[in-house]
Write a protein that binds this ligand. Structure first.
Ligand SMILES: Cc1cc2nc3c(=O)[nH]c(=O)nc-3n(C[C@H](O)[C@H](O)[C@H](O)COP(=O)(O)OP(=O)(O)OC[C@H]3O[C@@H](n4cnc5c(N)ncnc54)[C@H](O)[C@@H]3O)c2cc1C
Length: 419
């Protein structure tokens, strides 16, 4: 039976009848022999794709096959930051589409995902960096995205306790996107899972895709740890495992997998209202609604599929935090963890058909795919349903690495560990 609709009325009703009427948020589905679409991986992107396929494109005979459990991958491991403060034309409309979907998501899927537009402030520390942030802000505004360039007084008014003057990299100002912020990551997975399930999507957990059946260049289904499942179309939404899973279909992706770590402190009284990033190193921080400081930094600089990282990056992240806000030095660390990032060679994602008929790929999200979840799901659903790219995802082609049409947002070249 489908899950309850959430509103104040069932909350009140259940209070009077001992909380006995709640149904599971989604069914524990067992695989049917065949589906119109099978999605591999029930992270944010797979679940959002299933939801939009069923909701907007009328395809309901869908399975999402997940080797672990819903929320076990990066969707439940990220630092929850959402924003659309991009520079390049291929990126800004896509991430702004995502931001607009975040803004209406909770009503759309009837789930409290704690969407919090508390603002994101990227600090700059030199005149040259100010100029590049001004350029980015102008590009955003030309695309209708909100952006404000602050000088040091503007930043002081927001965060007077930052280390402005006696730091190795004094803070000169920042680029502010007020509509950016945070969203509770695992609630996004649970909300999309529940909404997709209500539309008839089968979410099949604890089932690993181990191979693909391809007949005369066309996909006909997936081999799984629970047996063969036939499918007219298959979409890969495996994030950090993209290259491994694509290799099962004979594809060699322009992606490397790296670990990204994150950290949370003990809960303390609120003092960081929004998201703050350090422009002279790699450090970003926000404060969760429980009071924990949630922060992270750079990738571990080696290829790995382990969901944990190493101490040199821990030290580097902590150094970044101490340079920016020495007052956090006595806060105790509660937990740290890692996730596997599917780092593409230009730092931008891939949403495209593959050379195999009926096999589609959604990958290369690097460490920024959480904010993309709604637009990625929408655009991948569009591609799978119509066999043509959604207008805001046209640039995310797989062959751009062959043709040279890179979307190199950071200007780092083809070094995935730098993006
Ligand atoms: C520490 C950290 C911090 C981050 N911070 C941010 C941030 O602040 N903002 C932001 O925008 N992004 C952030 N990201 C990146 C973001 O989390 C990812 O880009 C995004 O979640 C990836 O998409 P997904 O949710 O679909 O991935 P996942 O949740 O990883 O989903 C992929 C799923 O595929 C499954 N799978 C893999 N292989 C198979 C198989 N063979 N068969 C079946 N299932 C399989 C996996 O088990 C997994 O559940 C961060 C990531 C990490 C790790």
């Amino acid at each position: 039976m489908a899950s309850n609709r959430y509103s104040i009325l069932p909350v009140l009703l259940e209070a009077f009848r001992g909380q006995t009427g709640w149904r599971p948020a989604w069914r524990k589905a067992t695989p049917k022999p065949a589906y119109d679409v099978v999605l591999v991986g029930a992270g944010g992107h797979g679940l959002a794709t299933a939801y939009y396929l069923a909701k907007r494109y009328g395809i309901k005979n869908i399975a999402v096959v997940e080797k672990g459990w819903v929320g076990s991958g990066n969707i439940g491991r990220n630092t929850t930051i959402v924003r659309s403060n991009y520079l390049l034309p291929g990126n800004v409309p896509f991430y702004e589409t995502s931001m607009k979907l975040w803004e209406g998501l909770e009503q759309d899927i009837n789930y409290n995902a704690m969407v919090s537009q508390r603002g994101i402030l990227n600090l700059y520390h030199s005149d040259g960096q100010r100029d590049s942030y001004a350029r980015r802000g102008n590009s955003m505004r030309m695309h209708g995205v909100d952006a404000e360039l602050l000088d040091d007084e503007g930043v002081r008014a927001m965060y007077p306790w930052l280390n402005f003057n006696d730091a190795r990299f004094p803070i000169k100002g920042g680029l502010l996107q007020k509509r950016g912020g945070t969203v509770r990551h695992d609630a996004v997975a649970w909300g999309y899972a529940r909404a997709a399930d209500q539309l008839g999507v089968d979410i099949i957990e604890n089932t690993e895709v181990t191979g693909f059946r391809i007949d005369n260049g066309r996909i006909s289904g997936v081999e799984t740890s629970s047996g063969f499942i036939a499918a007219k179309k298959v979409g890969l939404t495996c994030a950090g495992n993209s290259s491994r899973v694509a290799a099962l279909a004979g594809l060699n992706l322009p992606i490397e997998s790296h670990v990204l770590q994150a950290f949370v402190s003990e809960g303390i009284k609120p003092f960081i209202d929004g998201v703050v990033t350090f422009g002279a190193g790699h450090f970003y921080i926000s404060q969760s609604d429980k009071g924990g400081l949630v922060f992270g930094g750079d990738l571990d600089g080696y290829n790995s599929y382990a969901q944990r990282g190493n101490l040199p990056v821990v030290e580097d992240v902590i150094e970044g935090g101490m340079a920016l806000m020495p007052r956090i030095g006595r806060v105790r660390l509660l937990r740290s963890w890692g996730g596997i990032m599917d780092m593409s060679m230009d730092g931008s994602p891939i949403i495209d058909q593959t050379p195999i008929n009926g096999l589609y790929i959604n990958a290369g999200w690097c460490y920024g795919g959480f904010k993309a979840t709604p637009a990625s799901g929408l655009c991948f659903a569009h591609l799978i349903a119509k066999n043509e790219p959604h207008e805001v995802a046209r640039s995310y082609r797989l062959d751009r690495f062959r043709t040279g049409h890179m979307i190199d947002e950071k200007g780092m070249g083809n070094q995935p560990n730098l993006h």
